[in-house]
Ligand binder design. Sequence first.
Ligand code: 2AM
Ligand code: CA
Ligand code: CA
Ligand code: CA
Length: 263
Amino acid sequence: MLYSATINVMVKAARRAGRSLKRDLGEIEHLQVSLKGPANFVSLADKRAEEILYQDLAKARPGYGFIGEEGGTREGSDKSHTWIVDPLDGTTNFLHGIPQFAISIGLVREGTIIAGVIYNPANDELYIAERGKGVFLNDQRLRVAGRRQLNECVVACGLPHIGRGDHEEFRREMTAIQDRVAGLRRFGAASLDLAFVAAGRLDGYWERNLQSWDIAAGMLMVREAGGTVSDINTPGDALVTGDVVCGNEFVHGELVKILRKAA
Ligand code: 2AM
Ligand code: CA
Ligand code: CA
Ligand code: CA
């Protein structure tokens, strides 16, 4: 695959941050783990990875804005381009040595996600998407799964975190979906859940109360794989609301129906 210069910048940054995460993996006693809020852990691993991503991305595209989970928003002179970065998505998994975590980099131009890179350094899986050009996993083009029987589908979700979201509503949604699908999963890294839908590993996925850095890159990947992604309650933009549901067109439609009824 021949990728654009921008994708090459993103991939290089993701791989360098990935090496940092791999060095820190299993070194929990040296990582100064703390809580930002209820059940929201942050560690030196998150901060080191974000600093690498900021350094590399800002150096290559000096004017672009930068939104990172740990460093907040840094304005740029170019008001139309913004990086949206999660340096470590799945911190809880990472701190427990569970190899389901990733670096997620999205690039937004005038409100539209135009490029995304998600990299899991634990298994060296690298997902690359560019608007209108498709999505690739380690250079293999991806396509969402084609299943049209919900009872054959494997669907993932995210659980509401302590102190956030409507836990009763989630239990109603989960029960309603569980009754209709072949399998329900909860992996704990939103970016990879979306990438798995793009890869056809998962038939669908929903989660509420996410942040733009969790989903910017992954949402583009689902779309570029031919899937549908939207807000749960309205046809609106999940990047803004943080309530995301996706799958192939059929699965997405079925999940939306069940979730709205259960809410
Ligand atoms: P993180 O690891 O970058 O924080 C899993 O449901 C998703 O929610 C992950 O993408 C995770 O991203 C995020 N997450 C984990 N704990 C959270 C919390 N307490 N509040 C909000 N988001 C959280
Ligand atoms: Ca976090
Ligand atoms: Ca995250
Ligand atoms: Ca994070």
